[in-house]
Design a protein around this ligand. Structure first.
Ligand code: GAP
Length: 488
């Protein structure tokens, strides 16, 4: 089924109803940075909760972690980001706009996130037929050059203890750096996963489509460590798990697909990678990456063993990271400090890693787009968000039909009681029909109305957002009724 929503509708609804605002709006806004408003923060928190539940709590062999954003600079040397995490850009000589070369070539390929390139080896590209997206001039570009994507910052006040640090461009490296800590302090045995949700930062050349591609964003990543040789099975397992997560939370199957990476598109660390793509209502190609599932092999742990060997010379130099040479790998790297000892098989090895890596802001946008609906009701357009109950920012709204005859007190009491279990919103302002419409637009699954009959027989009406059907439910049964329907 095609998406009904257009991006403009979503942006306008988000602003109008307090889901998402432009950052620093009172100062004219800061490009590509967004703030989540009262409804948006609830929605985004619910997306994170649903991910954590599905990836961590529902698996006996997955544990969580919350690492710092700032890490030792050698982490980024070892991971390859210091040398390779860059986009190839070209500057239009007419208007000085810099554009990613891969975006110039073919806008239908906009789904490509980042092509990892060697900073020293900016390959020559023929741009003679390419059009500047800003001024329209053809073939008037500088030679392509690499543009580094990591944000730099300075730590420390004194010359001898200050150093350049980087805002992490992915949360994954904090997990690799804590692999040994987790093994040493828990009873996890391979195969097992370590999961983390947190902010990442990339100085993107082109930001895009509202919260789809921004410079500050949140990722939900899990590194699943397994024995080499079992990696391909685990890759299939997590691929399926992650696809199902979206559909179980209400994303229409027709709007979701897998796309395997071509060999030349693979990140420097990956043996295989598949994107879960969503049919977003923007861009020329529609299908856009929502999440990647990658087989990272033993690349990262091996690289960090090299990083650990390089530490002393880094302290002597402490200079530009690209100038530092990582020490070679030890011959017996398989027995190194980040290896794993399998007690049963009595063997030591560096585990392989399967990584599902999702974007929280991007999936929140997909849930918003997919839930958006419009329908004609009695000659009027009803806008609604058909969120899965687990994601709905407000689960239940409670209204007194009128502001008299003791109805507000009863409604307040019901709301107070329900708040112990889920988010509940009290509203007595305006006509009842308008109150329903406001909740439809916020995606609230159920509205409860206290009316004249409530005092007589202790029942209230419960209105279903999607069908608009109303049922009378006894106040004694209300909590059970709602918990059953909301599945919480
Ligand atoms: N650790 C692997 C990794 O970071 P990635 O494909 O670069 O892989 C994973 O990022 C996910 O993070 C993407 O699928 C996307 O959902 C999200 N993401 C990446 N860059 C983003 C950006 N600039 N804005 C919003 N989300 C982004």
């Amino acid at each position: 089924m095609a998406n009904l929503a257009k991006l403009e509708d979503i942006v306008s609804l988000c602003k109008r109803r307090g889901f998402i605002f432009q950052s620093s709006e009172i100062y004219g806004g800061l490009a590509s940075c967004y703030d989540y408003g009262p409804l948006g923060v609830e929605l985004k928190n619910n997306v994170k909760k649903a991910w954590w539940k599905s990836v961590v709590h529902m698996h006996d062999n997955v544990v969580g972690l919350d690492c710092s954003i700032l890490m030792h600079p050698l982490v980024w040397k070892a991971s390859g980001h210091a040398d390779k995490f860059a986009d190839l850009i070209a500057e239009c000589k007419s208007c000085n706009t810099r554009t990613r070369v891969d975006h110039l070539q073919n806008h239908a390929e906009e789904h490509t996130e980042h092509v990892n390139i060697d900073v020293e080896l900016a390959a020559t590209h023929d741009l003679s037929n390419k059009v500047c997206p800003k001024c329209g001039k053809v073939g008037n570009f500088t030679e392509p050059m690499p543009f580094k994507l990591m944000f730099e910052t300075q730590m420390g006040a004194n010359v001898d203890d200050s150093m350049t640090l980087y805002l992490r461009p992915e949360t994954a490296q904090g997990i690799f750096a804590n692999f040994k800590n987790v093994i040493d302090t828990t009873r996890v045995k391979i195969p097992f996963g370590i999961a983390q949700i947190g902010k990442s930062f990339r100085n993107e050349v082109t930001t895009k489509a509202f919260t789809f591609r921004t410079r500050e964003f949140e990722q939900a990543e899990m590194e699943f460590f397994c024995e080499p040789g079992t990696d391909e099975n685990w890759y299939e397992f997590w691929k399926e798990q992650r696809f199902n997560w979206y559909t179980e939370l209400g994303i229409k199957k027709d709007n979701l697909r897998f796309r395997d990476h071509d060999p030349d598109e693979l990140a420097h660390y990956a043996k295989a990678c598949v994107d879960v793509e969503y049919k977003f209502p923007f861009g020329s190609g529609d299908w856009q990456e929502l999440e990647g599932v990658a087989n990272r092999t033993d690349f990262d742990l091996r690289q960090h063993q090299r990083g650990m060997r390089t530490l002393n010379s880094w302290y002597e130099q402490k200079g530009d990271l690209t100038q530092i040479q990582l020490k070679d790998e030890a011959e017996d790297y398989n027995k190194g400090p980040l290896s794993y000892f399998d007690e049963q098989a009595k063997k030591r090895f560096i585990p392989y890693v399967i990584e599902p890596s999702a974007g929280i802001d991007r999936s929140t946008l997909a849930f918003l787009v997919d839930a958006y609906d419009e329908e004609e009701v009695k000659g009027e357009t009803r806008n609604l968000l058909r969120f899965h109950p687990a994601l709905a920012p407000t689960k239940v709204a409670v209204f007194p039909l009128v502001k008299k005859d003791g109805m507000p007190d009863i409604a307040h009491n019901i709301c107070k009681e329900l708040k112990k279990y889920f988010t509940c919103f009290y509203d007595q302002a305006g006509a009842i029909g308008r109150r329903y419409r406001r909740q439809d637009e916020a995606g609230t699954p159920f509205c409860i109305t206290v009316d004249g009959q409530t005092k007589e027989d202790n029942t209230v009406t419960v209105r279903d957002r999607d069908s608009m059907e109303q049922k009378r439910v006894s106040t004694d049964q209300l909590l059970n009724y709602l918990r059953d329907k909301l599945e919480i």
